[in-house]
Design a protein around this ligand. Structure first.
Ligand code: 4GX
Length: 221
């Protein structure tokens, strides 16, 4: 998969995407990830990317010319262009699975009060939010989505990581888990898990997952 990111803060991307599973996916050639500075597409003396809203009001908007030039340069026929903003549809595991099917993604990170509306109308295929809170810009949302999508690319996970879509793919939260020792500071691991009775263990886990989901995330049920 090819992923391009258009941002005013390319430096924020150094680190999170150079570690762990994403690092390995890039090294293995599963993911071709490139970060681009929006300011490189502004051509006036001050490399201006923002301007004041028509009609007045507080704050600044990303102006259309650098965004149009950049997106037209970076997006191919097959590219899904995705704006990051709190006004987008809320990202979740189902959206991650959908994006993992695409050939190429271009994330456009919002900043200031947002984009000139013509960018939305003319260039965006999709607009995503990572949740109902306000960040300083769309760089972290882009990284969150890239991380969640990358681990779904075929071959990205090693054997020990593979099973681990459980929580949301089954639609329930995970059951409680324990590792050794069986007793720690007087705290016992539930007897059933030490029993070796696999049918009973499976039943216990399913029931725990159901209870926990009902208690913490009834919206998932
Ligand atoms: N999930 N932000 C974008 C600027 C902005 C404002 C309005 C477009 C429209 C966010 C989120 C998020 C803060 C990134 C505001 N862009 N993005 N930025 N939550 O809070 O995605």
């Amino acid at each position: 998969m090819k992923i391009d990111v258009l941002t005013l803060f390319p430096g924020m991307f150094a680190g999170p995407l150079d570690e762990s599973i994403v690092k390995r996916a890039r090294q293995a050639g599963l993911l071709d990830l490139r970060i681009h500075n929006l300011r490189d597409y502004a051509h006036d003396r001050h490399r201006t990317v923002d301007d004041r809203p028509f009609g007045g009001g507080p704050g600044m908007l990303l102006k259309p010319e650098p965004l149009f030039e950049a997106i037209e340069a970076l997006a191919g026929e097959q590219t899904r262009v995705i704006l990051l903003s709190p006004a987008g549809r809320v990202f979740n595991q189902a959206v991650a699975r959908e994006l993992a099917q695409q050939t190429a993604l271009l994330f456009v990170s919002g900043h200031y009060e947002g984009f000139d509306e013509r960018v939305r109308e003319q260039l965006a295929d999709d607009e995503l939010s990572i949740g109902d809170y306000v960040l300083t810009n769309g760089a972290l949302p882009a990284m969150v989505i890239i991380d969640a999508v990358t681990r779904l690319l075929p071959g990205a996970l090693g054997d020990d990581e593979s099973a681990h879509e459980e929580s949301f793919s089954q639609g329930l939260l995970e059951y409680p888990q324990y590792t050794r020792p069986a007793e720690f500071r007087g705290l016992q691991v539930p007897e059933v898990l030490l029993s070796g009775n696999h049918a009973e263990i499976a039943r216990w886990r399913a029931e725990q997952a159901r209870q926990r989901t009902k208690e913490r995330r009834p919206d998932l049920m």
